[in-house]
Design a protein around this ligand. Structure first.
Ligand SMILES: Nc1nc2c(ncn2[C@@H]2O[C@H](COP(=O)(O)OP(=O)(O)OP(=O)(O)O)[C@@H](O)[C@H]2O)c(=O)[nH]1
Ligand SMILES: [Mg+2]
Ligand SMILES: [Zn+2]
Length: 276
């Protein structure tokens, strides 16, 4: 990877060599960043043509989503899943604030759970407030290094505080939340989990801009499309309106959900824009 275009050449999770610079002050110099086993990258929110490494050397990524206060869109989740697929990082989606879900949100949760589990993702329903689903989360975190991402206010830091009792990360009330400008966590930080494992808390993000991805390869990062690509008539099929497209056929047959196809299409469009 070309570090010149990265806004942060050194990321949370990097393994480095250090040299003591001043023993009295305890200051050190980083002399080497070891090769990364993997990393998750996104478009820098500040500079479109730069990328930002969210974390390096991770075993899995958790997306904390909420269906209320704030609402997480499927498009946002799917972009995150694409990034996880690109870097071969298994992804888990945690739906938090279950205590706030009424019938409408419960039905939406059930539909999304079905949709994502069918294509191989792990889904967990949690309420940090009412101590729901946290045993399952603990089990998934054991002895792994996990990146936690999601919108601001979904409860990422609250989740860490409850998983690691001695922690007291700042969290903030989101009642009357406007969805703008409220970020309680401002930089990514890694914590040790008692009993084994590490967890990286990150600031909430509003959007997830994908980088280093071509239109042609996008469908490879949708697991339900990946398995069917060989059946398209043209090997450069983008699955829009080409004849003999196995993906469009699978959507028509209800084997690929329309929602996921719409996400695919929207991401594809956003990749076109980048050319201008
Ligand atoms: N009702 C309810 N509120 C929750 C739950 N989990 C967290 N919250 C509340 O949601 C608010 C935001 O929580 P944070 O943990 O600060 O959210 P965050 O994702 O770390 O936000 P950023 O650091 O800005 O990215 C706080 O007021 C929490 O108390 C939950 O399960 N149910
Ligand atoms: Mg936070
Ligand atoms: Zn096709």
């Amino acid at each position: 990877m070309d570090d010149i275009t990265s806004t942060n050449p050194l990321a949370v999770g990097d393994v480095v060599d250090i040299e003591m610079e001043n023993e009295n002050e305890g200051s050190v110099t980083i002399t080497k960043i070891h090769n990364r086993r993997n990393y998750i990258n996104r478009q820098s929110p500040r500079a479109k043509y730069q990328h930002h490494i969210i974390a390096a050397n991770i075993d899995q990524s958790f997306m904390v989503a909420t269906l209320k206060e704030p609402k997480t869109s499927e498009g946002f989740i799917d972009r995150f899943l694409v990034a996880s697929e690109m870097y071969h990082v298994p992804a888990v989606i945690i739906f938090n604030k279950a205590d706030l879900y009424k019938k409408k949100e419960q039905e939406k949760f059930e539909a999304w759970k079905q949709m994502y589990e069918t294509i191989g993702y792990t889904i967990v329903l949690t309420s940090v407030k009412e101590n729901l689903g946290l045993e399952e989360v603990r089990e998934l975190l054991k002895n792994k290094t996990t990146l936690i991402s999601g919108h601001s206010g979904v409860g990422k830091s609250s989740l860490l505080n409850i998983l690691i009792p001695e922690l007291d990360i700042k969290t903030q009330d989101v009642s009357g939340w406007s969805g703008k400008g409220l970020h309680t966590t401002t930089f990514a930080e890694m914590f040790e989990i008692p009993g084994g494992g590490k967890i990286i808390d990150t600031p909430g993000m509003r959007e997830f801009g994908l980088v280093d991805i071509s239109r042609q390869e996008l469908s490879h990062y949708f697991p339900e499309m990946r398995d069917r690509l060989n059946n398209c008539q043209f090997n450069n099929c983008l699955h829009i309106n080409e004849p003999g497209c196995a993906i469009k056929q699978a959507v028509a047959d209800g084997e690929i959900t329309e929602d996921r196809y719409v996400s695919y299409y929207n991401i594809l469009e956003s990749l076109v824009e980048k050319l201008y």
